[in-house]
Design a protein around this ligand. Sequence first.
Ligand SMILES: NC(=O)c1ccc[n+]([C@@H]2O[C@H](COP(=O)([O-])OP(=O)(O)OC[C@H]3O[C@@H](n4cnc5c(N)ncnc54)[C@H](OP(=O)(O)O)[C@@H]3O)[C@@H](O)[C@H]2O)c1
Length: 218
Amino acid sequence: MRVVIAGGHGKIALLLERLLAERGDQAVGLIRNPAQVADVEGAGAEAVVCDLEAASADDVTMLLSGADAVVFAAGAGPGSGVPRKDSVDRAASVLMADAAERAGVRRFVQVSSMGAGQPPRPGGGEVWAAYITAKTAAEDDLRARDLDWTILRPGGLTDAPAAGVVRLAAPPVPAGTVPRADVAAVIAALLDGPGTRHQTLELVGGDTPVAAAVRSVS
Ligand SMILES: NC(=O)c1ccc[n+]([C@@H]2O[C@H](COP(=O)([O-])OP(=O)(O)OC[C@H]3O[C@@H](n4cnc5c(N)ncnc54)[C@H](OP(=O)(O)O)[C@@H]3O)[C@@H](O)[C@H]2O)c1
């Protein structure tokens, strides 16, 4: 399977690239900074330089030619302000989804966030509000498309080693944290089968092995 990952140098993306390479899938990481090529290749993926805040739908459509699935794992990141929440967390996802439709790549896994789909919590600040607003808009855009989408909303991300066990279910799941390594494993399992298409799933640490957790919602 050829999987194009938006935000190919992200922490989840690099973990996912390793997992896909280990099982014989072909991962392609889209990055905006050429200095990251070696890391992406080191994770076993092909690196393609493509700034998703500058690329056109035509550019990305070309890059998706021959792909079997798209994973949107980009994000403006913790140091960013309001404008980039919109230009990355919303607009780059919309761009990828547009290009997926045009290129005929039906499978699309979007990394969203717990908290999306509801009004931002009061007192969270304007950047948090912009982030949740952007994630919610990106989800709404994807749901309206003729794609085999799955929206994955992790809780707070940690860099702990993979636990191998999670709680994965339709919202609402009580707030919690989850290692990025387990998020990557869940995405790899979601890509394996189309059984979760058209579902929005929340993910935190839990006690169900990843494969069983994905089977239980498929
Ligand atoms: N932090 C949390 O607790 C939390 C919770 C739930 C969900 N999430 C979401 O989970 C997702 C992945 O998390 P993560 O920790 O793996 O994120 P991350 O390490 O911050 O990775 C995000 C990646 O997106 C890339 N990116 C930003 N702008 C781009 C552009 N214009 N073109 C191409 N790539 C671009 C970044 O590249 P650069 O190095 O060039 O900036 C970075 O590699 C994000 O969408 C995040 O919002 C986070």
